[in-house]
Ligand binder design. Structure first.
Ligand SMILES: [Zn+2]
Length: 317
């Protein structure tokens, strides 16, 4: 249930078998990334936390889709109605993903799921304020109310402070889960209140989307030789914020590969020639670029600034 939307009524309690849930396909799509083999370790950590869930859980690392899917999977685990999954001994089981509760959670149609979604822009203080009256009540339908703050780095400072206040009050049977690329991008006071689980970085060698390859090549050439980049950005006026985020992510992945001494991408090879203290500064450039994109700065400007800073750092001696 998205907080900002009004007029959504709590659905009547029925099992999935009794009705064809309208969002059934949405739910399957939403959970899919959480089921990848690469996420087995974070899933097992969540299973272990399930019967005594922390008030606030942070999911960092991986990619946005993995983090948000895993947060929904966690919400489903806390509320699954499958009798076998509910058994206290069933600590090795994940949610069934087919009962009415699981499906409603996956489709964002569950009355006890509140999604503050920062994937498309900043999360406003009004959305946080709207939670307050709800939090004093017991969950309506499931066992645990789940407040999912997707991409919590999009919280404005006021909204983040307001959430901190919310977390100081007792919220019975309520679990908060925040997703973010790295914990460093959240207020330290928010991070310190929570339990952090880090998802693995995307596998080295996972094929880059075809349309992104020229960007990787251009960035690699520009960082090492100082040419070719601006032709690329000038020609691509249709570049939007989502694509720009993916291009920044190429750089972040290349850096992660370089630090982990794996991968053979163009940019990874360029980074490998740099001393470690420079690599850490490159990371700051990527984080600042992602923040600027979240803050609605023009994507072309963000990418040009990023490329220029990377080039300057790479040639600093
Ligand atoms: Zn279930």
């Amino acid at each position: 249930m998205a907080v900002a939307k009004e007029g959504k009524k709590a659905p009547a309690r029925k099992s999935a078998a009794e009705e064809q849930l309208p969002g059934i396909e949405d739910a399957r799509t939403a959970f899919a990334p959480a089921l990848s083999g690469a996420l087995e370790r974070p899933r097992s950590m969540l299973r272990a936390l399930r019967f005594r869930p922390p008030q606030l859980l942070h999911l960092e690392g991986g990619e946005t889709a993995d983090r948000v899917a895993l947060a929904l999977w966690w919400a489903a685990l806390l509320n699954c109605e499958d009798p076998e999954v509910m058994e206290p001994k069933a600590s090795a089981m994940g949610p069934c993903l087919s009962c009415s509760s699981c499906l409603r959670l996956g489709a964002d149609m569950h009355p006890d799921l509140f999604l503050l979604d920062g994937r498309g822009g900043s999360i406003k203080i009004d959305e946080v304020r709207a939670l307050r009256p709800v939090l004093g009540e017991k969950p309506h339908f499931g066992q645990r109310r789940v407040i999912l703050v997707a991409e919590a780095q999009s919280l404005g400072i006021e909204a983040a402070n307001s959430l901190l206040k919310v977390l100081e009050d007792p919220c019975p049977d309520t679990c908060f889960v925040f997703t973010a690329p790295q914990r460093e991008r959240l207020l330290p006071t928010l991070v310190s209140r929570g339990w952090v689980i880090t998802l693995p970085w995307p596998e080295a060698g996972r094929p880059l989307a075809e349309e992104l390859r020229p960007w990787e090549q251009a960035l690699g050439t520009f960082v090492s030789e100082g040419r070719g980049w601006f032709d690329m950005t000038t020609a691509r006026n249709g570049l939007d914020a989502a694509k720009a985020q993916q291009i920044v992510l190429i750089g972040q992945k290349a850096l992660a590969d370089c630090l982990a001494r794996r991968g053979d991408g163009v940019l990874t090879a360029v980074f490998r020639r740099l001393p470690e203290h420079i690599l850490l500064q490159l990371d700051e450039v990527f984080v600042a670029s992602q923040d600027a994109l979240q803050g609605q700065v023009n994507p072309l400007l963000v990418l040009d600034t990023m490329a220029t800073r990377l080039h300057t750092l790479a040639h600093r001696r």
